[in-house]
Design a protein around this ligand. Structure first.
Ligand code: URP
Ligand code: ZN
Ligand code: ZN
Length: 459
């Protein structure tokens, strides 16, 4: 199949120009002005933006968590992602206690197998480190193409590891040039506060917010930065929410340390007033919690300053019936919210259109930096001759309203219900196939493929 996209305004992390793109089979084979090639299909992209397919590096699909399963699986999740211009995602395979990392990977691969519309990979979350697990990293990085490992400094008694385990993981992963990612909040501080509020019978979602104050994230982020400094590993902080944590990263630059940082749309755009809505606030019960307006401003500035490199979603939806399990006790509300579908449109509308970030930065944080950090560049993350033809045609003027009534997530509420955005995904190509056109999905279930990743490209 050959495709010609005519007259689009092509945006990459570094370029902005009007040209034609010729696609043959799965890849971009030529880019130029007034290309005069015969193509089986021609798309006129005049007046449209044309940018690389988004890559969301922080997604939880079909994940057993806090007594429920995240409600999007690999079918509904990758399809919703495509509707929002995200052509690839990286899900988390979580190691259970006593399980090997290879077994966790197998479990998650089986969950996804044959169901995906978009491309995908996995990070492995290491929750039970020991000598035999230590032996697994080499093979996972060199043979299986799993080059990033997630750790938790919180969720005590379930997912949390201690500092000695963290440094051992870092040293081992560094040997093979992999990456260690972290959920950086102090699990002991949080446990102390949770017990205190429970003993005082303070059980509404507001106390979820109060039990994870900014200092719990500042402390753990600083500790992770120091452990990373000691080991020299490629280190990445997921879903950063606040000024205190970002300042730990800022300070580390003074000793010439490079940290990699991700935030999410909810931490850029929402504030803690969402926890003042009675039990409706359960929609935004996630960890870390949503913070203050000053933190929104710090994170936008962090993106502009090059301290925040990636915006993922931490997409972890639960149905309202699952959220209701915590009606009388906030600790029983499954943590997480939907977000995968609207990451690109929200960042364009609130970021680019409101002059918070440039168009090139938009591509960088949604696609190029993700591809570089997670070993997918130049195949993914750009539009260039030889790269995968993962391409979004985007109408920068079309207005629409986000709602659970119209979104494609399998979730009966939206964290951004009623948000009016300007800019809409019109057409999406995935590896040269027309995947979405005018609100219709045109690839088949199973077209999305698992990709082995390389080690990080230094940014
Ligand atoms: O509340 C959240 N974020 N749920 C998903 C698991 C995690 O911590 O990333
Ligand atoms: Zn987390
Ligand atoms: Zn997460």
């Amino acid at each position: 199949m050959s495709i010609l996209i005519k007259n689009g305004r092509i945006i990459t992390a570094s370029d902005d120009y009007i040209a034609d793109i010729f696609i043959e089979s799965e890849t971009v084979s030529a880019i130029g002005k007034d290309l005069n090639f015969e193509a089986e299909k021609v798309f006129d992209a005049s007046g449209m933006l044309v940018f690389p397919g988004g890559i969301d590096p922080h997604v939880h699909l079909d994940m057993p968590f806090m007594g429920a399963f995240s409600s999007d699986d690999h079918e509904t999740g990758t399809r919703a992602a495509l509707f929002g211009g995200t052509t690839m995602l990286i899900d988390y395979a979580i190691q259970s206690k006593g399980e090997s990392l290879h077994s966790a990977l197998e479990t998650w691969k089986n969950r996804a197998m044959g169901k995906t519309f978009g491309d995908y990979s996995f990070h492995i979350a290491v929750t039970d480190f020991n000598e035999s697990v230590k032996e697994e990293f080499k093979d996972l990085i060199k043979k299986e193409g799993i080059t990033s490992f997630k750790t938790f400094m919180a969720y005590k008694g379930a997912l949390m590891i201690d500092d000695k385990q963290m440094i051992s993981i870092m040293n081992e992963v560094k040997k093979y040039d992999g990456l260690v990612a972290v959920h950086a909040t102090n699990g002991d501080m949080i446990e102390y506060l949770v017990e205190k509020y429970k003993s005082e019978n303070k059980l509404s979602p507001w106390y979820h917010y109060l039990s994870q104050p900014e200092i719990t994230e500042t402390e753990a982020s600083g500790r992770f930065v120091d452990l990373a400094y000691l080991s020299g590993v490629n280190a990445y902080i997921v879903h950063m929410t606040c000024e205190g944590a970002l300042n730990k990263v800022r300070e580390a630059t003074k000793r010439n340390q490079k940290m990699l940082v991700e935030t999410c749309p909810q931490y850029l755009l929402l504030d803690a007033s969402v926890y003042k809505k009675g039990f409706d606030s359960a929609k935004w019960v996630m960890s870390p919690p949503i913070r203050e307006k000053k933190d929104n401003e710090t994170l936008w500035a962090g993106i502009r300053q090059g301290l925040v490199h990636v915006v993922g979603t931490d997409h972890c939806p639960f149905m309202w019936s699952d959220k209701l399990k915590g009606k009388d006790d906030f600790t029983k509300i499954p943590n997480g919210a939907p977000g995968l579908e609207h990451r690109m449109e929200l960042l364009f509308s609130e970021g680019v259109r409101k002059n918070r970030i440039s168009l090139n930065k938009f591509v960088d944080i949604t696609s190029s930096n993700v591809a570089k950090i997670f070993g997918l560049f130049h195949k993914k993350g750009t539009i260039a001759v030889g790269s995968d033809a993962d391409i979004v045609i985007f109408d920068p003027e079309q207005k629409h309203t986000i709602s659970a009534k119209t979104h494609h997530h399998r979730c009966d509420f939206s964290a951004f219900e009623g948000w009016e955005v300007t800019g809409k995904v019109k057409t999406v190509f995935l590896r040269g196939k027309l995947a979405i056109d005018e609100d219709k999905v045109l690839v088949e279930k199973g077209y999305g493929k698992f990709l082995k990743r390389k080690t990080p490209f230094k940014i």
